[in-house]
Design a protein around this ligand. Structure first.
Ligand code: 3HC
Length: 282
């Protein structure tokens, strides 16, 4: 797989485009507006520059990687892609619409993957005429740093599809794939999201401060970030969408999004990306 398409140049889409380009793939990123296209290119260039500053990649390799990424506003340009990874907002109807359209554009042997954090993959696969080529490929934030990728096969995913993306993720991208069933949240978010929601409930109850909740999990349990800082990093809108999807799937109280999380999303307090979540950012 040489020619990769990425739908969406937000945090996750840009990160996925970056790692594919650094691994030698030619990457086309689809955006919906010129201003978003500019922001996506900037996001990718900034993160690659950070990799250079951290000594993870040489300037020459960084320049070559940037030259392998192009942003387009025209989905028809995906006609020649070998693999398209969708990283659009977590709205089931939007993802289904994108997959329905992609299915009519890409070549018959192309693979269509979704980076959904929690929506069962079959829901987008059935929007296509060929669900055998649809698979979940779930990256973690920040994509250039986190080594894991969950591969989600639906009841209809062809074994060759699963095998091809698993090989691309491990052999080309150098990441660690794990195979997960097609249930909301897959492995990691089914475990992580209830923990994050519980930290929000604890804060909301007045039981402990945001700093002490975070300090307990970094200093006491060795997590790189406390749960409230992690919510701000992931984005509260993403946390809410994932919790809602898990609750819709399992109807268990520990998956229910806490009211405080809903109110913060409604208020536009989405975390780092909007400058304020549980903490404030410049
Ligand atoms: N490119 C390449 N490498 C980079 C980089 C970049 N742009 N930015 C940082 N790095 C490397 C650094 O060089 C460093 O590598 P080293 O350990 O070999 O020296 C490493 O990444 C850590 O970077 P920093 O030292 O700058 O930063 P921190 O030590 O503060 O760590 C963090 C930052 C990696 C984000 C860490 O806090 C962490 O792991 N947090 C938890 C993140 C997490 O849980 N993510 C999953 C969220 S859930 C999700 O995404 C699923 C979704 O569906 C909701």
């Amino acid at each position: 797989m040489k020619l990769i398409g990425v739908v969406g140049g937000g945090t996750m889409g840009a990160g996925i485009a970056e790692v594919c380009a650094k691994a030698g793939s030619e990457v086309l990123v689809l955006e919906t507006k010129q201003e978003f296209a500019g922001a996506a290119s900037e996001r990718i260039a900034k993160s690659i520059a950070r990799g250079v500053a951290k000594g993870k990649i040489s300037q020459d390799d960084a320049d070559a990687a940037i030259a392998r990424v192009r942003v387009t506003l025209d989905i028809e340009e995906f006609a020649d892609r070998d693999l398209v990874i969708e990283a659009a907002p977590e709205i089931e109807s939007l993802k289904a619409e994108i997959f329905g359209k992609l299915d009519t554009i890409v070549k018959p042997e192309a693979i269509l993957a979704t980076n959904t954090s929690s929506i069962p993959v079959i829901k987008v696969a059935t929007a296509t005429q060929n669900p055998g080529r649809v698979v979940g490929v779930h990256f973690f934030n920040p994509v250039p740093v986190m080594s894991l990728v969950e591969i989600i096969s639906t009841l209809l995913t062809a074994p060759e599809t699963t095998q091809a993306v698993t090989e691309y993720v491990s052999a080309t991208l150098g990441k660690t794939p794990v195979q997960a069933g097609d249930q909301s949240g897959f492995i990691a978010n089914a475990l992580l999201i209830p923990y994050l929601c519980q930290a929000i409930r604890m804060l909301d109850s007045g039981y402990a401060t945001r700093e002490d909740i975070d300090a307990a999990m970094t200093g006491g349990c060795g997590h790189p970030m406390g749960p409230l800082t992690l919510c701000d990093t992931i984005g509260l809108d993403i946390c809410l969408a994932a919790a809602q999807s898990l609750y819709d799937e399992f109807a268990e109280p520990h998956y229910a999004p806490p009211p405080r999380l809903r109110r913060m999303v409604e208020a536009g307090l989405l975390g780092r990306k909007t400058g304020r979540g549980f903490y404030e950012y410049n």
